[in-house]
Ligand binder design. Structure first.
Ligand code: FEO
Length: 171
């Protein structure tokens, strides 16, 4: 049985992952409309990953006799100033998710809930991977700027990374 404090924190995390999934979906949609197919592909995949992060939490809470709550999400933003602004937002969001995961790990330690702590290790590792990936892309964008030629490069680069991720997942 989950203690109420950890159950509540995990449910908040479900809401966070669900929001991320919809925000990245909205971003992918915008990129697709802007003709940035590679960026769109990357963000659609990322949106799907966030949904899986949410599902993993739902299954975990329910499997340990807790009650997962399906959140209401309210994502209203539909367009971005440009790809740099969009990626800055993704990076900020990922940093918030990381902080939140670390906070739940601290709660699980405080409650001596080692099962949840062990479950959360996957998220700790995943967040490090995601933050590094987004920061890496963002550093490139900051370096080469937001102009049409760099946009072409970024779009191609994201398409490439997305395909590599897909191949890794299939292997
Ligand atoms: Fe599941 Fe990228 O946070």
């Amino acid at each position: 049985m989950l203690e109420a404090k950890i159950e509540s924190a995990l449910n908040d995390q479900i809401a966070m992952e669900c929001t991320a999934s919809f925000v990245y979906l909205a971003m992918a949609n915008w990129c697709e409309q802007e003709g940035l197919g590679g960026c769109a592909q990357f963000l659609y995949l990322h949106s799907e990953e966030e949904r899986n992060h949410m599902l993993k939490l739902i299954h975990y809470i329910n499997s340990v006799d807790g009650k997962a709550v399906i959140p209401k999400v309210n994502v209203t933003k539909t367009s971005w100033e440009g790809i740099r602004a969009l990626l800055e937002e993704v990076y900020e969001h990922e940093k918030k998710v990381t902080a939140s995961i670390h906070e739940i790990v601290a709660i699980s330690q405080e409650l001596k809930d080692f099962r949840t702590q062990n479950f959360l290790q996957w998220y700790v590792d995943e967040q490090l991977e995601e933050e590094t990936l987004v920061k890496d892309i963002l550093d490139t964008v900051r370096l080469i700027g937001n102009g049409p030629q760099s946009l072409y490069y970024i779009n191609k680069e994201l398409e490439k990374r997305c395909n590599a991720q897909g191949e890794e997942a299939e292997a």
